[in-house]
Design a protein around this ligand. Structure first.
Ligand code: SAM
Length: 206
């Protein structure tokens, strides 16, 4: 029997609408299989409570992560003012404004003393190395870093799929970052090439 209240059902329907609207507007929210993987990961690792997300878009992934458990807290960073406004509206409508804070900022310039349990990187793809170094100060041994879009729709491994010069340059940077991550001995990294758009999970070990 479905024990959800009508309020919960309304919130669930609204979340499906957020996703549908975003996809209709070609806003790049995380792929379904990537999202499912990330949520399962957060659920399994019960030590995760404080999350930093780089790249809010309309707030969909931040909302989903905050809903994993009642005590999850998410700081999420977004550079685009229209996205920030829409994300804040969506988060408010889900009753999550006390647990999710949307910061209107370039992720690479965000300064806080907070130490996070999970840092989810999903903003400018060419800047992943910069974000990693920048947010070392907000991590501790044991902090998880999750990186999305490491395949960039297959173009990272098959640059011939694109004829756009800036896309190819960006995917070269992603490949360089991917190779870096796998050899960075501050972390234990597992790359999941077939999950979502290519996800890496790195655990800081020193
Ligand atoms: C892939 S979308 C994020 C999707 C979101 N995590 C989700 O799955 O619901 C990437 C977002 O990062 C934002 N972005 C790009 N560069 C950024 C930067 N330097 N700092 C913060 N946000 C940035 C974009 O405006 C875009 O909204």
């Amino acid at each position: 029997m479905d024990k959800k209240s009508s309020g919960e059902k309304t919130a669930e329907i609204r979340r499906a609408e957020i996703l549908e609207d975003a996809r209709r507007q070609h806003i790049p929210v995380m792929m379904d299989s990537g999202m499912a993987f990330l949520l399962e990961f957060v659920k399994e690792h019960t030590e995760i409570r404080d999350i930093l997300e780089c790249g809010t878009a309309v707030g969909y992934s931040a909302i989903q992560m905050a809903l994993v458990r009642w005590d999850m807290r998410v700081d999420t960073l977004e550079i685009d003012a229209d996205m920030v406004e829409e994300a804040r509206r969506n988060i408010e409508a889900q009753g999550l404004s006390k647990r999710i804070t949307v910061w209107h900022t370039d992720a690479a310039r965000f300064e806080t003393e907070q130490i996070y349990d999970l840092i989810f990187i999903d903003a400018a793809k060419s800047q992943y190395r910069r974000y990693l170094e920048h947010f070392m100060r907000n991590s501790r041994p044991g902090t998880w870093f999750v990186f999305d879009n490491l395949n960039f729709h297959g173009i990272v491994d098959h640059p011939e799929l694109s004829s756009n010069r800036s896309t190819i340059q960006m995917t070269h940077k992603i490949l360089k970052f991917r190779n870096h991550l796998l050899s960075d001995d501050r972390f234990e990294t597992v790359f999941y090439p077939d999950t979502g758009d290519g996800i890496a999970v790195s655990r800081r070990i020193v």
